[in-house]
Design a protein around this ligand. Structure first.
Ligand code: PLP
Length: 699
């Protein structure tokens, strides 16, 4: 069985077995309300008091308040409200000058967003300002010292959730020596990993979340220094000594107490040295699996449980897909932003280059990890590297079977195309994009292709074409002097007639022909297959027109020019594809058509569908490397094939010749498969479906 290797502990953790047991026991047997005067209430009260005493001991809260809250976001909220109410009081009593709200530039969004929220709600109009961090992610203490006298509140974190960087709290405290600002420390990632003795510090507020350390979600703690300003966020029945009203989450608190007990016993969790040894083993495996990998923070001042790295040439999303396929759960930056393909603002604040911020992967584990878990993780990491090598994307590449046909490479809203002939190991590149150069070169080298031409459908591509030519060296068979401005190699071209009689220049690529149709500042390219040895322009399979997907006809003159030479089913391959539409054709439905959307099958409907539609082809549209990294799946009955999204246009052209029956697309989450099925439906294939929720829901 392919077990999950959960390496995203900084996002959340599974609940410790004894903590889950304690929660259940509390719900069933100790369910009393701690505010009740009867015996059931007294039992609950005792549990609550013991839990608080244990937490106070562990965190060294001294005479400070310690309250149970729903998590760090609530704790942060309460601290910010308290700090800002105090700032308002000071202002109302005539003290001016402290008008800055300072927060670390790499803080979790809960902090600056809470500052902005309460600043606005309370009508304070204080100025939010980020404390810069250096290349290592450490706060610029000089900048902090300079701003501190004007600060009403200062918010920093004990350890960063994306990088594991451990803040210099003593240095921050020294920088705040002459400041009257309230100081909040977000201790979420420190719990169980760093020793804390809060009352021995100047820290006014410290927030914790239980679910980052094996307690259930919805549990947390807030420490408030003795004498620090305090305003309750929740008013009501006066629970938690009036600090936080609302009947206590006793099951959660019991579970959290159980985790704290494990932390206190000294043997349930690994000590820092053992965790650092685990981290070093993981780091060695990562370096061996992914040549060129860089770690985005030096290990010297980071939690031993967090590794943040980037692999040149691979986006965070691609790496996440690869690891996920191998059953290794990692994250791209923080969990809150993982769904969005954005560079990490934490790494940006550290001044790391764009490629590192866009490729960052976070691998994190908890202090309950053991040798067996780390062994399994190292093995899976090696498998992931092997999958990339086997798909030709990492050196030294295995002998890759040459792929044939049309490849679409996507980057942001734009795409490049590559047309390859397996037999002669030759290819042509259309519209290379700067951000795809690494990937194009890796694909070309991995498959050992010679490049006949690098073509553009638009003006302005010359610098990228030149950069690619430089990288390709002798693999590029045409030299610029013989080419037109769009890269068309005049010397190699032969003359042929299109369907409307227009004479055009054509190139041969094995059994395929490609024709240039000069248009505006660049060219349109038409692609078809020869009949025998002759160029047969009566069937144009693909047209690369430089248009944006879904907007045809872009240009009436171009549409007019193309109408007599294209067939209704010629696949129109875009240069811009912001919606991921892949390809269109002149006879395709419009993107908004209802027909294109009624196509989702729930995972539990698949078996019934396959029974009702024998001969269904199940199409896995994940990348080759994801497919290679996955355990084999035993789909019953139907044929199944792997057609990565980048090969879908090519496959559609083949399907258009063979007219397949029902197609059911699958991928990891259901996003790519939905786009694939929608594309097929728009192109007139009514029997296209996809598995909603993806393989993640299929178990
Ligand atoms: N602060 C840090 C550093 C975090 O990592 C998180 C969670 O990701 C939070 C605050 C917010 O915690 P919660 O969502 O549990 O309230």
């Amino acid at each position: 069985m392919h077990t999950e290797i959960y390496m995203d502990a900084n996002a959340t953790t599974a609940v410790l077995a004894q903590a889950a047991h304690q929660a259940q026991h509390t719900m069933r047997a100790l369910f009393g309300n701690p505010s009740s005067a009867h015996c059931s209430g007294l039992q609950a009260r005792r549990l609550l008091d013991q839990a608080r005493a244990r937490a106070a001991r562990l965190l060294g809260t001294g005479a400070g308040r310690l309250m149970f809250v729903s998590g760090a976001t609530e704790g942060i909220q309460t601290a910010v409200l308290s700090g800002l109410c105090a700032a308002r009081e000071r202002r109302d009593s005539g003290h001016t000058g402290a008008d800055l709200l300072l927060y670390g530039a790499t803080e979790h969004k809960a902090v600056p967003e809470s500052l902005a929220h309460w600043n606005q709600v309370l009508g304070l109009r204080l100025q939010l300002r980020a404390i810069p961090v250096d290349r290592r992610g450490l706060h610029d203490l000089q900048a902090l010292r300079a701003m501190a006298p004007q600060a009403a509140m200062v918010c920093t974190m004990a350890a960063n959730n994306e990088t594991g960087v451990v803040s210099d709290l003593a240095g921050i405290e020294a920088a705040l020596q002459h400041s009257t600002a309230c100081w909040l420390v977000d201790c979420v990632q420190a719990l169980g990993k760093l020793r804390l003795n809060l009352s021995a510090t100047r820290i006014d507020y410290a927030a914790f979340s239980g679910h980052k350390l094996y307690a259930p979600k919805g549990t947390g703690l807030l420490y408030v220094r003795d004498g620090a300003p305090f305003t309750p966020l929740l008013a009501g029945g006066g629970q938690e000594q009036g600090n936080r009203s609302g009947t206590e989450n006793m099951a959660g608190i019991a579970a959290l107490a159980s985790v704290l007990e494990a932390l206190e016993d000294g043997y349930s969790f690994r000590q820092p040295a053992a965790l650092a040894a685990f981290r070093d083993r993981l780091a060695d495996s990562l370096r061996a699996a992914f040549p060129g990998l860089v770690f985005n923070t030096p290990f010297g001042h980071a939690l031993p449980t967090t590794l943040n790295f980037s692999v040149p040439g691979f986006s965070s999303k691609e790496m996440l897909d690869l690891f996920d396929a191998a059953g290794v759960r990692v994250s791209a930056g923080s969990a809150c932003s993982a769904a969005r393909a954005q560079p990490s603002y934490v790494l940006e604040a550290m001044g790391l280059p764009a490629w590192q911020t866009e490729s960052a992967v976070r691998m994190s584990f908890g202090p309950a990890a053991d040798e067996t878990f780390i062994d399994a993780a190292c093995q899976r990491i090696a498998n992931c590297g092997g999958a990339l090598r086997s798909s030709g994307l990492l050196p030294p590449g295995a002998a890759i079977a040459p792929a044939d046909g049309v490849f679409q490479l996507h980057c942001g809203d734009a795409c490049s195309w590559l047309i390859a002939d397996a037999a002669s190991r030759c290819c042509i590149v259309i519209d290379p994009l700067a951000d795809l150069l690494d990937r194009l070169v890796a694909t070309i080298e991995g498959h050992d292709y010679q490049v006949l031409a690098v073509l553009g459908t638009r003006a302005g591509l010359a610098p990228v074409r030149a950069a690619l030519a430089l990288r390709l060296g002798a693999r590029l068979q045409t030299s610029d002097p013989s080419c037109d401005g769009a890269g068309w190699p005049n010397a190699a071209a032969a003359d042929a007639a299109l369907a409307d009689g227009t004479r055009v220049a054509t190139l041969r690529l094995g059994p395929r022909w490609i024709a240039r149709l000069p248009h505006a500042a660049a060219n349109v390219y038409l692609l078809g297959v020869c009949v025998g040895d002759a160029v047969d322009t009566s069937a144009v399979q693909f047209a690369f027109t430089g248009h944006e997907a879904g907007t045809l006809p872009v240009d009436p003159t171009l549409a007019h020019r193309l109408a007599p030479v294209l067939q209704p089913r010629t696949l129109l391959c875009p240069a811009l594809d912001p919606q991921g539409m892949i390809a269109a054709s002149l006879d395709a439905a419009q993107p908004g058509d209802a027909e294109a959307h009624a196509m989702e099958l729930a995972p539990n409907e698949i078996d019934g569908f396959l029974l009702a539609h024998p001969g269904t082809l199940l199409v896995d549209v994940r990348e080759d490397f994801e497919f290679l990294a996955s355990p084999p799946r035993s789909w019953e009955g139907p044929q199944s094939v792997n057609v990565p999204m980048g090969r879908l246009a090519d496959q559609i052209a083949r399907w258009r010749l063979a007219e397949p029956g029902a197609l059911v697309f699958v991928c990891r989450s259901g996003n790519r498969s939905e786009r694939a099925a929608a594309c097929l439906r728009r192109l007139g294939h009514a029997q296209a479906w996809h598995m909603g929720g993806g393989l993640a829901m299929a178990g």
